[in-house]
Design a binder for this molecule. Sequence first.
Ligand code: CO
Length: 134
Amino acid sequence: VFGRIDHIGVAVEDLEGAVAHYRDKLGMREQHRERVEEFGVDAVLLEIGEGHVELLAPLSAESGVARFLKSRGPGLHHVAYQTDDIDSALESVRAAGIELIDDSPRTGSRSSRVAFLHPKSTGGVLTELVEPAH
Ligand code: CO
């Protein structure tokens, strides 16, 4: 069902500071930047091999990432697995008894289709499925 890890999501309070940190100290290049209104975030994708680190900064206090930062502080937010067919991937995790946050896919960055699984069902790890735009 899952291909590979697409990205690791990291919640940050200071997006430019985080971009500079990864660039200057870890040598990871900014590849893509996008405001994703659907999730209330500014997202920056950093290149790391075939995958990415996704830095997420909230646009408002109502954003899920803002609530995460308030309760947990900056840090690891989610892991995202890539799939060719998010509809059947969602079907199979639902059939496996995993609780979904998104019953149907939403639009993520770069016009991907994404859906989140509830961390209650995944050992405390907020999990995202991503079907890249073709
Ligand atoms: Co993500």
